[in-house]
Design a protein around this ligand. Sequence first.
Ligand code: FBP
Length: 695
Amino acid sequence: MSRKKMASIEDLLGKREIQETTSDLSDELLERRKYEPRICSVFSMPYTALEETDNFDFFVDREAKRKLSRIIDNKVQYVVGDDSLKEQYGKKRNIGIVFSGGPAPGGHNVIAGLFDAAKKANQDTKIYGFLQGPDGIVENEAIELTETLVGTYRNLGGFGMIRTGRTKIDSTEKVALSKETCKTLGLDALVIVGGDDSNTNAAFLAHEMMGDGVQVLGVPKTIDGDIQVRDVQGNVLCAMSFGFHTAARAFAKEISNLYTDSASDVKYWHICKVMGRVASHLALEVALQTHAHMTLIGEDLANYVDKQRIEKAQKAGAVDYTAYGMTLRHLSRILCDGIVRRAAVGKNYGVIVIPEGVLEFINEIQTFIIKLNTIIAEYNETHDTDFHSNFPFLSNKLEYLRRLARRSREDSSFTIWNTRDDDLFDDIPAFFQEGLLTERDSHGNFQFSLVETDKVIMELVKDYLDILREKGIYKIGIERQYYAKTVKKAGLDPDYYGPILFKDYDNSNFLMVEPSIISIKTLRQCLTRKGAIKEGENIPAAIEKIFRKSAPKFKTQTHFYGYDGRGSDPTNFDCTYTYNLGLTVFSLVAGGATGQMAAIKNLEQDFSKWKPIGIPIAPLMHLEERKGKLTLVLEKNVVDVNSAAFRVVKALREEWLGTSPGNDMCRKPGPIRFAGKGEEDRPITLKLNALDIHG
Ligand code: FBP
């Protein structure tokens, strides 16, 4: 047989088709770069101005009033079309922009929007991008952004253009260096694109730099979706931070695929931890996108009240305070209940979604986190080295805690870590102790992404399922027809063995083996006792087969969805949202604002209703525990259990669990479609909440 002569690798690599096929420039990428997001109608005007409104009030914290006096009286501003200020609008400016915190899809479009608006207003305006987060400001590491550079990243995910970092500009020295950088570059304005901590930083810098004539503005970003702004009346000013929709859609696509796989292979429970440092917004949206069998929502667990315990205590004339709030043990019981009920109709598989920050809502864990935050922060403050370098191993850390417990026994005024804390902490598995003692981030936040939350919960679930298996409660229901066919095929009478084997033979389509039959030994005992077989006689193979089918194994696969979604290319919603945020932030700069955050009001409604605004940051600040101290920060928003989105999920929870025979209710959102008819126009959470809110 003659073989065709192979082309040399050089010839192959020289072919146009091969170069095209292996090029970095995929069709999707080229399409994305070309795409021009829609713009809010006000941006079609040649010039914009800012119109202050007194329509929105906030609860102002006394500490915010004291520390941010120069910007505390800022008002909400509408961006309006106006050419009376065209000279100010078209002034040549130098503007710096920085990404701060974790990446969120859409960030590049904030830069693109700012760049386009600024250059349109004045070609000579310069936009500087600070490299690798706030460190870039402190160290004056910046590049001037050009059309070519901005064009390379239009509509693309990540923060690759200028990268990001988590440094906080929180010391007098760092503030002085930042001021120096702004002076050197001749900046008129500095734009900080970041989460709650970064916008907090923006407010403090705005206050500090007021005298220098540098405007500082924030742009709310985080996939966690926890920057949402309402005024005291509940009017929504910012329904969601950018990046949330894309991350949720990316997670939902993967999780719905697992749903399909588990319903095909029928042997695994997929345990999906999804990002969201504290709030469960992402988990809630994933639930709505996929209809996963079970989704935990941290905020819901925190609200939990154990009515049985309360009644029991009331009867005894007492109050049981432990009945308020969820414990880890109780949480594992809730999951087990769902698993057991699905197994009863033959479905020993499924998908569970666990928010990364769920432990924050479990009383006992929250107490440990706060206590350990304080202990670590106090240690770092009083010693010259840091806690984690001084106690590199878990055993060293535990020894230190033991010393504190000893101290509390000798000195009753020392209460931060007592013997009871130490004993309870000792009961926790080592990997989780390690997680709770893990290094805090630069803002003093507990790093939930480093803790195996899912493992902590699932270990307890496995232990309890073992108990339920022993008690004969956790069993796989056997389809009546299958049982009858199998037994008949072996020449046996199903109606003879049925009442012996099953507890519900007379009235169910899915038959549950008697609770007392939990092993071959107990099966033999039962058959012998009921006279179906004689002492020493073999169990009929068909009966043994049925028993084995009913005995569940609890097999899990764990998955973590976070960094993948954060790096995803933005949905059409996020592309449009962020491009308009970029345009808005330029209007704030041109309008002379400082200490404001760019936002789009009515984001939860149709695009035609979107309204670009500036929101004052200082009145949104409150005191929060950080590094063991009460610190002024922008308030985070957790899931509102009274919101329409949560109430809908709660109402459909039982249906989605799928404890009836037949197909489950999986929803497949599909991959992120950048354009086209099937592309959804906003997160489901927002759609549902829009039906419930007015503002
Ligand atoms: P931001 O709040 O900075 O946007 O980051 C949110 C987040 O993605 C969380 O969901 C997650 O817990 C955390 O970042 C992970 O942090 P890191 O990138 O430092 O691992």
